[in-house]
Ligand binder design. Sequence first.
Ligand code: ADP
Length: 271
Amino acid sequence: MAERDYRRLPGERYDLSAIDPSDTGDYEGKKKGEKELEKRREVLLELQRKLHVDGRNSLLVVLQAMDCAGKDGTIRHVLGAFEPQGTQVASFKVPSEEERAHDFLWRIHKAVPRLGMVGIFNRSHYEEVLVVRVKELKPEAVWRTHFEHINNFERLLAESGVTIVKIFLHISPEEQAERLRDRQQRPEKQWKFSPGDLEDRVRWKSYMAAYEEALTLCNTDHAPWYVVPADKKWHRNLVVSEILIETLKNMDLQYPDPVADIDSYVIPDIE
Ligand code: ADP
């Protein structure tokens, strides 16, 4: 069960070095895994439709990862199962001048999905305790306060009907090197190659320390963190789908009541 395998209890420390990014759990290989994912995509679609018509809650999926870990692929292969009409993706880049002129949660809050919708955050408010920390973009005295602000903010969302799932796609530096080389060499992928990714790569250890602290301090019952071994793409997709199905099933989604005396209606014949 995803709850047990991929998350820690609130307060427990996340030790990323103890989680093998190439783990494939109990799954039986790529071929079977891809077939299984197809079935799960149908389950996800059905659950999302129910979320939409129920309308009492929204689902917010936060995706964080090192470069090349597969955020885009996860959105395409797993979250792509959802109806586009009921789904929105927000990607958070280096804050603009206007965004920097507000508190760090301003741009985030605006992108939270309304009730009935699924929202996907491709990067998130967590960048404020990750890249900001590692690259020393703000003093420690400032970013340290963010942990508490984040927990309070997520509690506000949860109490307003937003079910939050936070996923860290965990790849190994070796797998990232492979994927970077692939981007560097394959003409149709070269557009993705960014020298900035190499700057982040050399800070790998600092990023892992920052992730461990963020995951540990901001892992709550109402906004849990999951660590998904992501070296194997098929496995990553299966685990993310498992977490989402479980989360949606736990939401007790209901179809709205039908009109009164539904059986009494006769569908008119057309001549
Ligand atoms: P991605 O890597 O997500 O596909 P980009 O290549 O455009 O997208 O990278 C977005 C960049 O924006 C990343 O380097 C990320 O660290 C940076 N970023 C996101 N949020 C912040 C923030 N709050 N402060 C500084 N940099 C940020």
